[in-house]
Design a protein around this ligand. Structure first.
Ligand code: GTP
Ligand code: MG
Length: 273
């Protein structure tokens, strides 16, 4: 009798997840996956046509995880092929090339494409996103620095890694952290554990750092009109100094932004009577 009983599966042992890659064409999505799964790098560019699909097994803590990877083509031409693969995804590898500012600026559009395809009832809150700042081996051409990428990622509650599919730097750490985070969500009933769902800095701080970074002169940096009075400059300075003081603000890039604000105030006060 006992022998004929169906064997009870050990609860929570094996898990099947779906992950997708997203990002502009040629940023290195396929190479990142190849580096991790096959431990090799191909320097010749072979554009993904539509979607590449693969299955791999990984271990996280005591669990075996079967990972279905859908590697998407980044070229706009393949939008019609990509769009049906967004649903039922637990993790997204979002890639840009640190030497191509366009590919970094395009990250918001990739999120928007996914959101649109998931429809009004699609919920992206419990999906784990990892941002890969890729091709860090190409140091000469780098134009998006670490703090800028990290600020974008962390202000959205995403993971951030600096990677090179060519040298392998950051790749294993990225996948390991990514899979652990996905398993944490699965083990938490499909919901993100509250502890790591929000950034450790405010939107106001992130916006101020971005504004300072993109400002065209010292007036713009302090957010005052050209020709503002000493009082106005000091008032604007104090507000930013409180917001971004390194003792209070842990947002990526805050130290540089703070220094820039200090210098902007000095420069402006020199010329105001
Ligand atoms: P699509 O499939 O068209 O969306 O592109 P993709 O994002 O999959 O890019 P792919 O992985 O095919 O890589 C594009 C090119 O960048 C290839 O020539 C790669 O050899 C090169 N590449 C990828 N990763 C790196 C890297 O980390 N460093 C350097 N130097 N080159 C890289
Ligand atoms: Mg590809």
């Amino acid at each position: 009798m006992e022998a004929n009983m169906p064997k009870r599966k050990e609860p929570g042992k094996s898990l099947r997840i779906k992950v997708i890659s997203m990002g502009n064409a040629e940023v290195g999505k396929s190479c990142i996956i190849k580096r991790y799964c096959e431990k090799r790098f191909v320097s010749k560019y072979l554009a993904t046509i539509g979607i590449d699909y693969g299955v791999t097994k990984v271990h996280v803590r005591d669990r075996e995880i079967k990972v279905n990877i859908f590697d998407m083509a980044g070229h706009p031409f393949f939008y019609e092929v990509r769009n049906e693969f967004y649903k039922d995804t637990q993790g997204v590898i979002l890639v840009y090339d640190v030497g191509q500012k366009d590919s970094f600026d395009a990250l918001d559009a990739w999120l928007a494409e996914m959101k649109q395809e998931l429809g009004p009832h699609g919920n992206m809150e419990n999906i784990i996103f990892v941002v890969c700042a890729n091709k860090i081996d190409c140091t000469k051409h780098r134009c998006v620095d670490e703090s800028e990428g990290r600020l974008w990622a962390e202000s959205k509650g995403f993971l951030y890694f600096e990677t090179s599919a060519q040298t392998g730097e950051g790749i294993n750490e990225m996948f390991q952290t990514f899979y652990v985070s996905i398993v944490d969500v699965c083990e938490n009933g499909g919901k993100r554990p509250t502890t790591n769902s929000s950034a450790s800095f405010t939107k106001e701080q992130a916006d101020a750092i971005r504004r300072i970074r993109n400002s065209k002169d010292s007036w713009d940096m302090l957010g005052v009109k050209p020709g503002a009075s000493r009082d106005e400059v000091n008032k604007a300075y104090r507000k930013l100094a409180v917001l971004l003081h390194p003792d209070k603000c842990v947002a990526p890039g805050s130290e540089d932004a703070f220094k820039a604000v200090v210098n902007a105030r000095i420069a402006l006060l020199k010329n105001i009577k």
